[in-house]
Design a protein around this ligand. Structure first.
Ligand code: ACM
Length: 549
């Protein structure tokens, strides 16, 4: 028996490790989004046949490579016998850059980091095509690629409505495919505190629940349905790890001094408790509300403790986002304590008090080894020279910050608010109600993150751009996908591709070729041809969230 089985095993090994035969001629090129810096394809010539799958060289990247390629239906095997997909290091390449070369026999990836290799794999995964006999293959091609910006982000608001962690992971999967590298996670707001903080359990015991929400489609009426939920620290660690494995850093946002009603409801001593009719409540409607943190030592001690836990949960995030937007000053005006603090610190008005507050918080953020980033209102009362600014209102705030040497991330409402309307065609149903605005796909694509009027030298202060997805009218993953896709693909391209390669018609052509993948992944994207949801079968939630997980 032994003598008969050995040759059989040997011959099997020979079959699986033989060099793959080339595919037939390939006519259809790849449709990569975001468009690479340089892509040369040999159309009409044989490509790399995937009919037998692909042998990946063993190494630290092989597991990830296998996962990315299997996700697009390619059979993989990790083997050092005639490997067909091989990785090598070129330290001269930038952190996120890569070189990818596909011939009928072999695929090589060069990068200086696993991140660069990951992007090469995403380009490869997006290049699966068929030869003229219908065999699955890659076209013969050579790509050299690197991103235009280092911040390619999407903001998820988990406060007005929260998605379970498993759905945040689905979002991460799609962001990774399109080479995003940042997820900004908005975790605290008036309508709910959504991150477990061990030292302050009431933040989630009290601050994560509201008694009702506006009715979808009738925004001024309460639905009468309690809404609550938060992410445990274990869930957050798990999501952060999942994102890291996909090249995505999660930047947490803890809002100060405004958008703080949930925190103040949990710990009323943190608010301006010396004002008349002081009665904080987790907010049950949408808008801007008066409860803001008192500028006291007690508040700064609380924030120090919270930021300690937050910094530990997000070890790879270079930043902590501290909000800073839409902080009405009425309570500070009325509070004798706040006024006394202003006097003691020589602050002329409440805007200067805001600046004082943000600078105090910046010291805390820095003490955890992180940089502060905040919405453009952190400029009120004077911008800290070391803060980074997320510009959402007027582009002139970006110029103002850049001229002072501060870094900016562009998230302009007019072009990058993905909770806004996308133009005609949306279903006229309550679940498809939007907050307002008008940001069609073409407007996202037209946006240049570098503001006009700044010098070449100053461009380095533009870290990149980000789409914001506020969730007042986004109760679940299905509506989220409708709002975000395919506009996120336009965003991916303006964040990655050199300006001179931008071409809307070419982008739309490639976009159409991406839709089958989104269909396969069951994404409820907005159909670019008619605005309808890709999955009319899904039911969009109108009330309480799924419990965690
Ligand atoms: C914002 O949209 N309030 C940053």
């Amino acid at each position: 028996m032994k003598s008969r089985s050995l040759p059989l095993i040997a011959s099997l090994t020979l079959v699986t490790t033989a060099l793959a035969a080339p595919s037939g001629p390939v006519q259809e090129g790849s449709a990569i989004i975001p468009k690479p810096v340089s892509l040369q394809e040999k159309l009409g010539e044989p490509g790399f046949s995937l009919s037998q799958g692909i042998r990946i060289a063993p190494g630290s990247i092989s597991g990830m490579a296998s996962r990315v390629l299997q996700n697009v239906g390619i059979k993989t095997q990790i083997s050092d016998k005639n490997p067909e997909l091989v990785f090598s290091t070129d330290d001269k390449l930038g952190k996120e850059a890569y070189r990818l070369n596909v011939t009928p026999q072999k695929i090589t990836v060069e990068s200086s980091t696993p991140q660069g290799a990951f992007y090469a794999l995403q380009s490869l995964a997006q290049s699966v095509t068929k030869d003229d006999k219908g065999t699955i293959c890659f076209p013969t091609m050579a790509i050299e690629d690197a991103p235009r910006f280092s911040w390619r982000g999407l903001m998820v608001d988990s406060c007005r409505h929260m998605m379970p962690a498993k759905d945040i992971k689905k979002v991460i999967d799609l962001l990774a495919r399109y080479k995003f590298n940042t997820l900004h996670w908005h975790l605290t707001d008036d309508q709910g505190w959504r991150i477990e903080i061990k030292k302050y359990p009431k933040l989630t015991e009290v601050g994560s629940s509201r008694t009702h929400s506006p009715i979808m489609g009738q925004r001024n009426k309460p639905d009468g349905v309690p809404y609550s939920g938060y992410y445990t620290q274990d869930e957050i660690k798990d999501v952060v790890k999942y994102a890291k494995q996909r090249g995505i850093t999660i930047i947490p946002e803890i809002e100060v001094p405004g958008h703080a009603a949930a925190a103040i409801t949990a710990y009323p001593e943190l608010g301006n408790k010396d004002i008349e009719n002081y009665d904080p409540k987790v907010v049950c409607s949408w808008g801007v509300f008066p409860y803001i943190f008192a500028p006291t030592e007690e508040t700064f001690k609380f924030l120090d403790d919270v930021l300690t836990e937050v910094a530990e949960l997000f070890p790879d995030s270079p930043f902590i986002h501290v909000g800073g937007d839409e902080a009405p000053k009425d309570q500070w005006k009325k509070s004798a304590t706040a006024q006394k603090i202003m006097k003691e610190n020589g602050l002329k008005n409440e805007e200067e008090l805001q600046s004082y507050f943000i600078r105090r918080v910046e010291k805390l953020v820095n003490s955890k080894g992180k940089r502060l980033i905040g919405w453009d209102e952190i400029n009120e009362g004077g911008l800290s020279p070391t803060a980074s600014m997320m510009v959402w209102r007027d582009i002139r705030w970006a110029r103002h910050a850049i001229e002072r040497g501060n870094d900016v991330v562009m998230t302009h409402t007019d072009s990058l608010y993905l909770d806004y309307s996308q133009g005609p065609g949306a279903p006229n149903k309550p679940e498809y109600e939007v907050i307002g605005g008008n940001v069609p796909l073409e407007k996202v694509y037209a946006f240049n993150p570098v503001p006009s009027g700044i010098t070449k030298e100053q461009e380095k202060h533009v870290l990149g751009c980000q789409g914001n997805v506020w969730s007042e009218y986004i109760p679940d993953i299905n509506k989220f996908q409708y709002q975000v896709f395919p506009r996120a693909l336009a965003l991916a391209e303006i964040a990655w591709t050199p300006l001179e390669l931008k071409n809307e018609a070419d982008f739309k052509n490639r976009l159409n070729k991406q839709l089958p993948y989104l269909d396969e992944q069951k994404v409820n994207y907005r159909r670019p041809d008619n605005g309808a949801p890709a999955r009319p079968d899904v039911v969009i939630k109108t009330t309480a969230p799924e419990k965690n997980q």
